[in-house]
Design a protein around this ligand. Structure first.
Ligand SMILES: [Cu+2]
Length: 322
C-alpha cells in the first residue's frame, strides 16, 4: 500500500505542530514567575520556544532522513545530480523567517509597552535624592541635573498607570561589589531588598563606580545600573518568597560574588521589617553622635563625600563654601 506523500506531509505537519505547542508550554526552562508583569514575558518566551521547537524538529528530521535516503550505495561511483538553485524555494525560506521575525517583533514590542518600557516619564527623577540623607545634600542640590532631557531608561509605569506615583520608592545603588537598598520615605538602608506583595514598587537604580546590572530572574527584570545616570524598574511583586538579586554585568574581579536576595513578603511582614530597621538605625545614630566631627570646617567635612561623588577639589573650591 502506498500512502500519497501529501497526506504523509500533512500528518507529519500536525504531529510537529502538536509537539511544538506542547513543548512551548512545558519546557520548564524559566524559574518561578513572582511578579504581576512576569507572565507577559513568559508568554513571549513560550511563543518563541514553540517556533524554535518546530524549526529544530523540521531541520533535524530532514537531516536524518537525508542521511539515510541519499547515502552512498555500494558500487555506486557516480556523483549526485548538480543542483544550482531553486528560486521559489529560496523565496519561501526567506519569507517564512521574515514573517516569524515580524510577529515576534510586534509581540515583544507589545509586551515591553504593557510592562511600562515606553513610559516617557520613567527617567525624569533626579540623582539628588540619592544623597538626601548625606551631609553633602546642599552641594548635591546645586549640581546641574544630568538626568533631565535624556531618554527614559528602564521599565516605568504601564500605560494605564502612567502619571501615577508608585506605592513604594526604593533607591538601588550598585557598587563594587554589593547592592545597597535605601528606602527614602523611612531612611532605612539595607543590603537585602524587601518588597511587599500587591504594592507597586519603583526601583531608582544608579551605580557608584562602574556599570552593574540589577537582575532578578523571577521578576523577569534586568536593568543596567549606570554611574551618573538613573534608571528605573517598576513592578508589582506577587508571590512571597526569597529570590536572588544578581549583578548581570561584568564589573570587576568579584563580579561573581555580587549577589544578594530579594524578600517578597506580605505588607504586614514588610512593615514589621521596616520598623525593626528604623529601630536599628536609631541605635547606630545614637552611637554616631558621639563621634560627630563638630570641630571640622565644612570643606574638611565634605571632602571625603565629594571625592566619593567624583567631584575634584577645584570644583569644590568654586562652590565657595564658608
Ligand atoms: Cu556588579
Amino acid at each position: 500500500m502506498k500512502i500519497p506523500s501529501n497526506i504523509t506531509t500533512l500528518i507529519a505537519g500536525i504531529i510537529l505542530t502538536l509537539v511544538s505547542l506542547w513543548y512551548g508550554q512545558n519546557h520548564h526552562l524559566l524559574p518561578e514567575a513572582v511578579s504581576e508583569e512576569a507572565p507577559l514575558v513568559d508568554g513571549l518566551f513560550n511563543m518563541m520556544m514553540t517556533v524554535a521547537t518546530g524549526l529544530f524538529l523540521i531541520v533535524e528530521c530532514v537531516l536524518i532522513y537525508s542521511l539515510f535516503k541519499f547515502r552512498k550505495r555500494p558500487n555506486d561511483p557516480t556523483d549526485g545530480p548538480p543542483v544550482h538553485g531553486n528560486v521559489p524555494l529560496e523565496i519561501l525560506w526567506t519569507a517564512i523567517p521574515a514573517v516569524i521575525i515580524l510577529i515576534v517583533g510586534i509581540y515583544s514590542f507589545e509586551v515591553y509597552n504593557s510592562m511600562g518600557g515606553l513610559d516617557p516619564m520613567a527617567a525624569h527623577g533626579t540623582m539628588a535624592h540619592h544623597s538626601k540623607k548625606m551631609p553633602g545634600a546642599a552641594i548635591a542640590a546645586t549640581l546641574p541635573d544630568k538626568t533631565n532631557n535624556q531618554l527614559a531608561l528602564g521599565v516605568g509605569a504601564s500605560p494605564d498607570e502612567q502619571g501615577t506615583n508608585p506605592d513604594l520608592n526604593i533607591n538601588v545603588t550598585g557598587l563594587q561589589f554589593a547592592w545597597l537598598f535605601n528606602y527614602p520615605e523611612s531612611g532605612v538602608t539595607s543590603g537585602e531588598l524587601h518588597v511587599p506583595i500587591g504594592r507597586e514598587v519603583k526601583l531608582n537604580i544608579s551605580a557608584n563606580d562602574v556599570i552593574h546590572a540589577f537582575w532578578v530572574p523571577q521578576f523577569r527584570l534586568k536593568q543596567d545600573a549606570i554611574p551618573g545616570r538613573e534608571t528605573q524598574l517598576r513592578f508589582t511583586p506577587k508571590i512571597p518568597g526569597t529570590y536572588p538579586v544578581i549583578c548581570a554585568e561584568l564589573c570587576g574581579a568579584y563580579h561573581g560574588a555580587m549577589k544578594t536576595q530579594v524578600i517578597v513578603e506580605t505588607p504586614e511582614e514588610f512593615d514589621t521589617w521596616l520598623q525593626s530597621q528604623i529601630a536599628a538605625n536609631q541605635e547606630n545614630l545614637n552611637q554616631a553622635v558621639a563621634v560627630n566631627p563638630e570641630n571640622m570646617s565644612t570643606s574638611e567635612f565634605l571632602t571625603p563625600y565629594a571625592q566619593e561623588m567624583g567631584i575634584n577639589s577645584d570644583t569644590l573650591q568654586q562652590l565657595h563654601i564658608h
